[in-house]
Design a protein around this ligand. Structure first.
Ligand code: IPE
Ligand code: IPE
Ligand code: MG
Length: 238
């Protein structure tokens, strides 16, 4: 089983359009899938679930859709936070949340605080997140420390940079899933996906469920992760 699963939840708009509904109906249906996937992951022993909810490029969408997504984020979080608390889920939002309304920022901080002591599933919601943003803000932190004389440039290593990314305290994703048929990363976790197993499906996010998720886990369990080594070495390790 993967310890950390990262998902690009794609296909909400097309799901709605296929039904002759407005795009927002797809986003709303997508929230239900989030709840279901979270519960299955909890049951299956996944420790960390990272979901891409809004990318740093999604601001380019029509104003109306962006506004609706912000409202949906607020109402869904507001409604679900007590359930998260009860289900022992710890919530963390990753991304540049300073771009959100102060009302949403407050709710995020409050939700993280309410679930802070939970030790079950860690649910990371990537909102106004971009892999390039993450690496840039990490580089800026390093530069500030160098400028302040607290860090020697020779001391900068993969570890020092990784320690300044959005979630330095959790292992990189083991399994990446993208629904909706596109075969790309769309500026999701760039650094952290270096050795992640990638899994794609055509199912649109609102239609994604237990069957697809268990299929992804089964496929994952058959993969051999070599991290640069050869098969014989890896087989010798188990
Ligand atoms: C993913 O679904 C959700 C967000 C990006 C917020 P889309 O809205 O991208 O759905 P499609 O890809 O247009 O079908
Ligand atoms: C990626 O989906 C972002 C999220 C799911 C939040 P997009 O639908 O925005 O990706 P592109 O634009 O098709 O690459
Ligand atoms: Mg999309």
């Amino acid at each position: 089983m993967p310890t950390h699963v990262a998902i690009i939840m794609d296909g909400n708009g097309r799901w709605a359009q296929n039904r002759g509904k407005p795009r927002h109906a797809g986003h709303r249906a997508g929230v239900e899938t989030v709840r279901e996937v979270m519960e299955i992951c909890g049951r299956q022993g996944v420790r960390i679930l990272t979901l891409f909810a809004f990318s740093s490029e999604n601001w380019r969408r029509p104003k109306k859709e962006v506004k609706m997504l912000m409202e949906l984020f607020f109402t869904a979080l507001n409604r679900e936070v007590r359930r998260l608390k009860k289900r022992n889920v710890r919530l963390r939002v990753i991304g540049d949340t300073s771009a959100f309304s102060s009302k949403l920022q407050k709710l995020i901080a409050e939700s993280e605080r309410i679930t802070r002591d939970n030790d079950g599933l860690l649910l990371q919601i990537a909102a106004n997140y971009g892999g390039r943003w993450d690496m840039t803000q990490a580089a800026r932190k390093l530069a500030e420390q160098v400028a302040a004389g607290e860090l020697q440039p020779e001391k900068i290593s993969e570890e020092t940079l990784a320690a300044r990314l959005s979630f330095p305290d959790v292992p990189d994703p083991d399994l990446f899933i993208r629904t909706g048929g596109e075969m790309r990363i769309s500026n999701f976790l760039l650094w952290q996906l270096a050795y992640t197993e990638l899994w794609f499906c055509d199912t649109l996010w609102p239609d994604f469920g237990e069957k697809e998720l268990l299929q992804a886990f089964a496929d994952y369990s058959r993969r051999q992760r070599r991290f640069g080594k050869i098969a014989e070495q890896v087989e010798g390790e188990c």
